[in-house]
Design a protein around this ligand. Structure first.
Ligand code: G6P
Length: 621
């Protein structure tokens, strides 16, 4: 997830681009850059005495602004980008825009080019040289190559050919000093809009970037390409046919536009989960094909693996628990899970035949980092799972697997959690595949199911109002017990954590079988028991546990599976999730629990994006 803004008009656009990027920092903030068409100092670069001047910087837009201070860059066509790294560290070289060889084409991009390695190799053979580690850099070079073979087609046709050549996702905006009166864009899967006004036209990945200039927008759809000039927009479909599309008028304020119309970042991020899940699977599961070789262990290492140790804190710890369950079930490797702050001070048994996995959305949690150091000292290979490219953990581990949930602004982890769960499934399936423990047919079934998981999550989100109603009945209760078994247990823990984090109500997550050993003493009319009860092999056991608390006057909110008419006989409120394989239920269970906590907290007037006493990255012990 990155932010794009582009301008073509009659004003100097440097400040317009910078201000636009500032409005998009919630989409990415690890590096930024602009590219503006300026008069060439020697008057002979480009066909029209023009050249593209780029200024890029790592860090926030403020850092870029500092670098720009005092630089006179005058031009009326430009592109800008704020990055959330996916390929290549967030540094100056990897920041966008990226150039072709001739430096006459500059490109900004939001998305992931899955086949960039293959394209890069092909272009290298044709003499192209690359300077960054990004996937994006192949785009200007591809455009250059297409223009070489068809100069008459211009940038538009080159962009149309480019969209056919790349696999993955992308909102792409290109600027060329040979075609100074147009900006050319293309889109696959990543958001892109055009802003239209009398004075100038714009591209942006989101409205806030340009809302101060125009309220007239045109949405660009998948596989469309666009030529934008100072006074015209031309949109072409995938086969190059010119389309007619009228702009619509947006009534959003700047603040609501940043949150895409949602009341809070947390709600927006909960609703972004189908996207985060899809992006995290991108290139790893595509059209039934499973490729997770980035895991990077050779056959011998996998064969000799005696143990996997997973370390994490907070919400990430709950995804680690899911990891344990699926890895042990599918790949038959013992997995130990520990909390960073505990692990670092005990005497863990770990050696070169152990694999150490550290999960941290921020990549900066001090206790997780300390545990990583400890494990490496003992010779273990460390794989980090994080959402932040270039974060400390990515530098201090042997290899990194990125979740691609996009930046999470709300302090509570939501979309990064479901992205981590996806990586846990991928690891479990991958190790089982390499150890030949799952038949091709079974593996295929899981892969196919994962591919449709974003749709199932969407189905739950479409019923958010039902959860809201249950939350409206629940929010005055003062004690919440979240119960689950096996795959539902980590979700019970995470559901309880979400509720206490943002509503400040006391909540506990428990393995349902443990109720009798203490927590059942808590149940009375003030208690709500949230039962995670999918149709799996422990369904009957869960049902008995719910009957036990019912008999003690607690209210029950049960998360059930579609078609389960039995649980509702005992539960006061039920919410149905779509059916799936028992190992995969977690990802569907947590989404309604996030919504439940959210609506309870809102009923209590809490600040869900910045709950009291909590921080997004915990860099102190
Ligand atoms: C903080 C955040 C939590 C997060 C935890 C671990 O407490 O508020 O949402 O789960 O840190 O963070 P990490 O970045 O290591 O996943």
């Amino acid at each position: 997830m990155c932010g794009i803004v582009a301008y073509i008009g009659n004003k100097n656009c440097k400040d317009i681009l910078i201000n636009g990027l500032k409005r998009l920092e919630y989409r990415g903030y690890d590096s930024a850059g602009i590219g503006i068409l300026v008069k060439s100092p020697d008057g002979n670069s480009g066909s029209q005495g023009l050249e593209i001047k780029t200024v890029k910087q790592s860090g926030k837009i403020n850092d870029l602004e500092k670098l720009l201070k005092g630089q006179k860059i005058e031009g009326t066509v430009g592109i800008g980008h704020t990055r959330w790294a996916t390929h290549g560290e967030p540094n100056q070289v990897n920041a966008h825009p990226h150039f072709d060889c001739s430096k006459r084409i500059a490109v900004v991009h939001n998305g992931i080019i899955e086949n960039y390695t293959e394209i890069k190799e092909e272009l290298k053979k044709k003499g192209h040289t690359f300077i960054s580690d990004t996937d994006t850099e192949v785009l200007p070079h591809l455009l250059e190559e297409f223009l070489k073979s068809d100069a008459d087609g211009g940038m538009l046709i080159a962009m149309q050919r480019l969209l056919k050549r790349i696999k993955g996702s992308g909102a792409i905006v290109a600027l060329s000093s040979d075609y100074p009166d147009e900006l050319i864009a293309g889109r696959i899967a990543s958001p892109l809009i055009a802003g239209i006004s009398k004075e100038a036209n714009f591209f942006a990945s989101d409205m806030p970037a340009i809302l101060e200039h125009t309220h007239n927008f045109v949405v660009i759809n998948d596989y469309e390409t666009v030529r934008l000039t100072r006074d015209k927009i031309e949109i072409y479909d995938a086969s190059g046919i010119l389309l007619q599309r009228e702009p619509f008028k947006a009534t959003w304020t700047l603040e609501s536009a940043e949150k895409a119309g949602y009341e809070d970042f947390m709600l927006k991020e909960i609703f972004e989960q189908p996207y985060g899940i899809r992006e995290t699977m991108r290139g790893r599961i595509t059209n039934g094909i499973f490729n997770f070789d980035e895991f990077g262990l050779d056959d011998d290492k996998i064969k000799n693996l005696k143990k996997i140790q997973i370390i994490a804190c907070g919400t990430s710890y709950h995804s680690a628990l899911t990891g344990k369950l699926v890895i042990e079930k599918w790949a038959k490797i013992p997995v130990e899970v520990d909390i960073g702050s505990e692990y670092r001070y005990r005497s863990p048994l770990i050696d070169a035949n152990s694999l150490f996995i550290a999960i941290t959305q921020s990549g900066e949690t001090i206790d997780t980092l300390a545990a990583v150091k400890e494990a490496r000292k003992k010779g273990a290979k460390v794989i980090a799972i994080t959402n932040v490219v270039g974060s400390t953990i990515s530098r201090e581990s042997d290899s990194v697997i990125y979740t691609h949930a996009g930046p999470e602004i709300g302090v509570c982890a939501t979309k990064t959690f479901t992205a981590q769960i996806i990586v846990m499934y991928l690891i479990g399936l991958y190790l089982a595949k390499r150890k030949k423990l799952l038949s091709e047919e079974t593996l295929k079934k899981f892969i196919n199911e994962l591919e449709i998981m974003p749709n199932k999550v969407q189905q739950i989100l479409n019923n958010a109002d039902k959860i809201k109603k249950i939350a409206d009945y629940s929010y005055r209760h003062t004690c919440f017990l979240f119960l689950g078994r096996i795959y539902g247990f980590p979700m019970a823990l995470e559901g309880a954590l979400k509720l206490k984090e943002i509503s400040y109500i006391h909540a506990e997550g428990y393995a349902a079988g443990e109720m009798k050993h203490g927590p059942i003493a808590l149940t009375d009319t003030k208690t709500i028991v949230v039962g995670v009860i999918p149709k799996d092999f422990v369904y009957d056991k869960m049902l008995s546990n719910l009957q036990e608390v019912k008999a003690r006057n607690a209210k029950i909110f049960a998360l059930t599976t579609e078609g389960d008419s039995n649980t509702s006989k005992y539960a006061d409120y039920t919410f149905e999730i779509p059916g799936t394989f028992e190992e995969l239920y977690g990802i569907l269970e947590i989404v309604p629990l996030q919504l439940y906590s959210y609506y309870i907290a809102k009923n209590l007037g809490r600040n869900v994006d910045q709950p009291r006493n909590l921080a997004k990255s915990v860099t102190v012990e």
